[in-house]
Unconditional design. Structure first.
Length: 191
């Protein structure tokens, strides 16, 4: 009789596999979310620290960060200056050399103004995406845990209903047994 009154249980038969799977899946998603958030947060912090020092105007830090691009620009304009020196003379050469220097300075200046903020935005976007994916995975895990709790509650309600029905059935059976097998004299003595 105890087995019959056991009814539906989250760990029992029926929906137990789904119940356990939701818990396992929720735990995995929560772990994945924590991992992604953990990976993205330091990237955002590193990008923020690095680029705040660049944005602070520290010329040495900015020059060091841009040195590969500056070297490339200097190399191109150095070759142009050598070519101009070989083929031009007098004021024409001076004007062309000055124009080349102005262009070189403008390109280097534009590096300071635009190249690194674009890299900062890309790194911040990468970190933000990882943090966002982590938060989404944790939210999904929470939803699965909520579904699991709801299933557990429904199983408890169904179990209580089965126990109530079993109790009513047992009480009715006991009443009928007593009514059927009661001594006729006991009924007369009481009345």
């Amino acid at each position: 009789m105890g087995g019959m009154l056991g009814g539906i249980q989250p760990g029992g038969s029926g929906g137990a596999g789904a119940f356990k799977s939701l818990g396992s899946l929720g735990g995995n998603l929560q772990g994945t979310g924590s991992t992604l958030t953990g990976m993205g947060t330091p990237q955002l912090a590193q990008a923020g620290g690095y680029f705040s020092s660049l944005a602070g105007g520290n010329r040495a830090t900015m020059t060091q960060a841009l040195s590969p691009e500056i070297s490339q620009i200097n190399s191109v304009y150095g070759g142009t200056a050598r070519t101009l020196s070989r083929f031009l003379r007098g004021p024409t050469k001076d004007v062309q050399m000055a124009e080349g220097e102005r262009q070189r300075g403008g390109q280097i200046g534009s590096l300071f103004a635009s190249a690194r903020p674009q890299a900062n935005a890309a790194l911040a976007q990468l970190g933000g995406q990882e943090v966002g994916q982590g938060i989404a995975a944790q939210g999904t895990a929470g939803s699965l845990f909520g579904t699991q709790a709801n299933l557990g509650q429904q199983a408890d309600i169904a179990n209580a209903q089965l126990q109530s029905q079993a109790g009513q059935g047992f009480g009715g059976l006991l009443f009928n047994l007593l009514k059927t097998f009661a001594k006729p004299g006991a009924a007369a003595a009481g009345g």
